[in-house]
Each structure stands twice: as structure tokens, then as C-alpha cells.
Design a protein around this ligand. Structure first.
Ligand SMILES: Cc1cc2nc3c(=O)[nH]c(=O)nc-3n(C[C@H](O)[C@H](O)[C@H](O)COP(=O)(O)O)c2cc1C
Length: 189
């Protein structure tokens, strides 16, 4: 038996990221969970940001951003960057995060995050409370310690985590491989 609820987005689990931005000598880092892959070719990701954020200002002015994916060990620092604004203080210093030199954009990478995706805005879509910034991926940085055979990410080393209904959850165990059910049933010729 299911319960019908009023319209809400709260129930979808989401990865937690840090979005870094820079413009005109200022930089910033903010927590964002409304982040997703939106296109494979050319590779693009999107992040939904409220106009009131300082990050919105920097992102709109520069047209560039970096999606930094933290491991679960960083969750407290990441949580802090999601409740304090960088408008009046340096959140890198506050949260104990380190700036790392990017290769393609002006915004710094967050050194502590095992994955950094440098992006240039390719589309912008005002939706209501949030504006969707779509970013063309220009460069991807991956921590070598998190890489296994054939460059695959070792989830046990990386340990990304998700936000669900205002709580942070780790990812648990591997269930299986993409497409394995169809392969076992031999339904694809
Ligand atoms: C877990 C978490 C996820 C968040 N996700 C988003 C998001 O996707 N978009 C957004 O606009 N704000 C999001 N926020 C809120 C901003 O991170 C927060 O308002 C932050 O202080 C803005 O910083 P800034 O003013 O330095 O840009 C999130 C906060 C938390 C704690």
C-alpha cells in the first residue's frame, strides 16, 4: 500500500559534491547535491543553484565551475560549506580545504576530493527557485590511489556518499554489474 504525498524532490537520493568557482580575484566553494550527468557526447554535467548563493554570482560572471566529489571522510567539512556563505569569509580556510591548480578553468580544484571535473557553462536554464547550469567537461582529475585495473574507480577507496532527506548515507556493498541480468537470461542476442 503506497501513500500519496504532495509534490517534492526530497525523496530522491543524490550524490554530494563541492562546486568551486572563481571570478575577478575571488573564489569560493559550496556544497551542492543537485548535481547530475546530463550528456555523454559531448560530456556534460549540470548543477542547480539558487540565485541567492555567492557561488551563483561567481559562476554566472565567469561561466566556469568545478564539480569536486568528496569521499565520505570529508562529510563534516562538506556540510559546513553548505550552511555558510563564502560572501564574507574564506570557506576553504574555514573547512580546512586546500586549493589545487586547475588545468582548464579559473576556479580552483578542491585537493582533498578524489575527483574534480572542470567545466565551462554550455547552457543555462532558469527553473524557478534554482537555475540549472549545464557544464561542458573540459578536464577530469582522479586520485591515483582510487584507481584500479584499467583505470576503473575503486569505490571502496573513493567512498562517495549520498544525501537523502537531509541525511548523509554511505554507499554500502556492490550489488552487481550493469547489464548482468540480461546477460544471465540471454535475452540480448
Ligand atoms: C548537503 C547540501 C546540499 C546542498 N545542495 C545545494 C544545491 O544543489 N544547490 C544550491 O543552490 N544550494 C545547495 N545547498 C545550499 C548551499 O550549499 C548553501 O546555501 C551555501 O551556504 C551557499 O554558499 P555560497 O553563498 O558561498 O555560494 C546545499 C547544502 C547542503 C548542506
Amino acid at each position: 500500500m503506497k501513500e500519496v504525498r504532495s509534490p517534492s524532490t526530497l525523496f530522491l537520493p543524490k550524490p554530494v559534491a563541492l562546486v568551486s568557482t572563481a571570478h575577478d580575484g575571488r573564489d569560493n566553494v559550496m556544497t551542492a547535491a543537485w548535481v547530475s550527468v546530463v550528456c555523454m557526447e559531448p560530456p556534460q554535467v549540470a548543477v542547480a543553484i539558487r540565485e541567492s548563493r555567492f557561488s551563483f554570482e561567481l559562476l554566472q560572471a565567469s561561466g566556469e565551475f568545478v564539480v569536486n566529489l568528496p569521499s565520505q571522510d570529508l562529510w563534516r567539512a562538506v556540510d559546513l560549506c553548505g550552511v555558510v556563505s563564502g560572501r564574507d569569509q574564506d570557506k576553504f580556510a574555514l573547512a580546512g580545504l586546500t586549493r589545487e591548480r586547475p588545468s582548464e578553468v579559473g576556479a580552483p580544484l578542491v585537493a582533498e576530493c578524489p575527483l574534480n571535473i572542470e567545466c565551462r557553462v554550455s547552457a543555462l536554464l532558469p527553473l524557478g527557485s534554482h537555475t540549472l547550469f549545464v557544464g561542458l567537461v573540459l578536464a577530469v582529475h582522479l586520485e591515483r590511489d582510487c584507481l584500479g585495473e584499467e583505470g576503473r574507480i575503486l569505490v571502496d577507496e573513493f567512498r562517495p556518499y549520498v544525501l537523502n532527506q537531509r541525511e548523509y548515507w554511505s554507499m554500502g556493498k556492490k550489488l552487481g554489474r550493469y547489464g548482468s541480468t540480461a546477460a544471465e537470461l540471454e535475452v540480448i542476442p
